[in-house]
Design a binder for this molecule. Structure first.
Ligand code: GTP
Ligand code: SPV
Ligand code: MN
Length: 583
């Protein structure tokens, strides 16, 4: 008996008799346990040590080549009622789903150790935090979960006190893509995942629990679980405002969360609270507060260099697990745009050959403790979280969406969020670069019907009169030669300044049919190689293009049928009417 909680003990025993592991190990989260696991994985080749001098305590993990990203087409929400999952999700009825996946778990841990990982999403003493237990046969999952969550004895104690926890069962199975499923049973607080060892498919605390299951719980309990970074921006006078920003996968959350102020912005500081997930609650005063349920970063490696993201570049110099990167002769990790060294082995461990594609997989990732980030905010451990001044939506759009605009009020902001579209990236299996609707950057992660989710967002308007302002940004506008119009990265602070100015009443805007845009000259471009003409292009509204866009938004929203909230329809109709008048 390893726990005083009978429901946990019984579940562990039931899983063991289903999956037949050789051994059972309860994870305590200690350094000694971690060292033992890392050592064993180096023995079996699951991990290989990188250069001990240049990258101390760093390891390389190479996935099966078929298992390098989230698998949205194999991810299911299994609710009693099909409509509750919505057309935004793949649905299977719970009974069929359990049957199907349980058959695959039958004996799946033979010859392996079964690890029991108690974890806490959020600060261990926060009332906003939630608990879970992941059972897995992957030691790689254990060492990643240790960095990504508060894992081990403390979490187990809290689970035993509270008695409720999310049950996550994971097995790497035989990695056959035809026997791969990621299934969620939100009504049972249960996740079952088999056949993948990769990130969001296997680290069940992350997307499966902290977004899909949590969003479902948040709806009934009156809070929000979102695909958002949380960042504090400190002005030279010491004032700090906190922003929560939702961008789709591989669209710049990690970069913005740990941005380094450019030379021109002396005295400005950035504080990182989180880079991927935010849980948002209204406090007694009606202030929206955010916690980051995670404790580490599982970040995109390619593109990370001293110029684009120096904080990330520095924090992955030690104590980091690299998944699917290339290596140099020196056995350093290597990736595209690292701007240092050259690859000799690619992400599949083959001799590097430029004709067989990038050396590092485009969705290669680092896993690192958040505390290694120089801009880490101690408030990431605060039980109460931080007050949010602004919510910022964004996407990857070559054209149309301006650099920044502000929604007129909360409900209009919900329409702005619901209308987010973005070019697909390598974070999920499938085509890259195709524009798709990704409302609130939650398309792959909302655990219930989007129409009900928008209604839930809208309902906040009646709960508080001091909600954050809502904005939309786009760092990815291109000219007709494919060159980015906006320098991005650290220079994005200039846009955040305008957003903060709007929140404290010091920045000016002009009204347009789609919302408020910065008045000419309001975005400081001092010292930037961006012409006035480019700024004008970045900050204008092409009414004819927007009319086409809104036709497509309308078609999308109305595809949700009767559940589509009346208030959202009204916001939509109002915007369409404004565009009509403007043309
Ligand atoms: P997930 O972890 O998948 O949820 O993604 P993320 O949103 O944290 O993405 P991340 O910050 O890792 O960004 C991924 C890609 O966007 C990298 O290739 C970056 O180089 C690129 N990127 C980030 N910020 C900017 C920017 O301001 N401008 C441009 N042009 N590219 C950017
Ligand atoms: C994403 O795809 O949005 C990620 C990586 O943050 S994963 O953990 O695989 O979901
Ligand atoms: Mn993400």
């Amino acid at each position: 008996m390893k726990t005083s909680l009978p429901s946990l003990q019984n579940w562990v025993e039931a899983v063991a008799s289903q999956t037949h592991p050789d051994k059972i190990h309860w994870c305590d989260g200690s350094d000694a346990e971690n060292e033992q696991l890392v050592g064993a994985m180096c023995g079996t080749g699951v991990l290989s040590p990188l250069n001990e001098e240049t990258y101390p305590n760093c390891y390389l993990h190479l996935s099966d080549p078929s298992d390098v990203a989230r698998v949205e087409h194999l991810t299911f929400i299994c609710t009693q009622n099909n409509e509750d999952a919505g057309q935004n999700n793949n649905w299977m009825d719970p009974e069929t789903a359990h049957k199907k996946i349980d058959a695959l778990f039958q004996g799946s841990m033979r010859g392996r150790t079964m690890y029991i990982i108690p974890y806490c999403m959020g600060p261990i003493d926060s009332p906003y935090s939630r608990l879970g237990v992941e059972i897995t046969d992957s030691p790689y999952v254990v060492v990643n979960m240790r960095m990504m969550t508060r894992m081990g004895m403390e979490a187990l104690r809290r689970i035993e006190t509270e008695g409720t926890f999310v049950k996550g069962l994971h097995s790497t199975g035989d990695l056959d893509p035809n026997k791969r499923f990621i299934m969620h049973f939100p009504e049972e607080l249960t996740i079952k995942s088999i056949g993948s060892g990769y990130g969001g498919n296997a680290l069940l605390g992350k997307k499966c629990h902290a977004l899909r299951i949590a969003s479902y719980q948040a709806r009934t309990e009156g809070w929000l679980a979102e695909h958002m970074l949380i960042v504090g921006v400190e002005e030279p006078n010491g004032n700090v405002q906190y922003l929560a920003c939702a961008f789709p996968s591989a669209c710049g959350k990690t970069n913005l969360a740990m941005l380094i102020p450019p030379e021109s912005h002396k005295g400005w500081k950035i504080w990182t609270l989180g880079d991927d997930i935010a849980w948002l609650h209204l406090d007694d005063t009606g202030q929206l507060r955010a916690i980051n349920p995670e404790a580490g970063y599982f970040g995109v490696v390619p593109g990370t260099n001293e110029k684009t993201n120096k904080n990330a570049f520095d924090m992955i110099q030690s104590d980091t697990i690299f998944t699917n990167v290339a290596t140099t002769t020196n056995n350093d990790p290597w990736w595209e745009d690292k701007n240092l060294g050259a690859p000799v082995k690619d992400w599949q461990g083959r001799d590097y050959d430029p004709s067989s594609g990038p050396a590092a997989h485009p969705n290669s990732r680092f896993t690192v403790s958040a505390k290694q980030n120089k801009s880490y905010s101690e408030l990431a451990d605060s039980a109460d979280g931080v007050p949010i001044s602004a919510i910022v939506f964004g996407g990857r759009r070559k054209e149309l969406a301006p650099l920044v605009y502000e929604a007129k009020h909360w409900k209009h902001g919900v329409l702005v969020g619901a209308s987010v579209a973005s070019e697909t990236t390598a974070a999920a299996i499938g085509d890259v670069g195709v524009v798709r609707r990704d409302p609130m950057a939650m398309k792959p992660f909302c655990g219930y019907n989007f129409a009900d989710y928008w209604q839930h967002w809208l309902s906040f308007a009646d709960k508080s009169d001091r909600l954050p302002k809502i904005f939309h940004v786009n760092w990815f506008r291109q000219d007709n030669k494919g060159k980015f119009l906006w320098p991005g990265f650290g220079e994005n602070l200039r846009v955040l300044r305008w957003i903060m100015g709007r929140c404290n009443g010091s920045a000016n805007a002009v009204e347009t049919p789609i919302g408020y845009l910065p008045k000419k000259g309001e975005i400081d471009t001092d010292g930037l190689d961006v012409t006035d003409q480019t700024m004008q292009e970045l900050l204008s509204v092409n009414v004819e293009q927007w009319k086409i866009e809104m036709d497509s938004v309308g078609e999308y929203l109305h595809s949700y049928g009767e559940r589509l909230p009346e208030d959202l329809k009204n916001e939509y109709d109002e915007l369409v009417a404004k565009l009509k008048i403007a043309s």
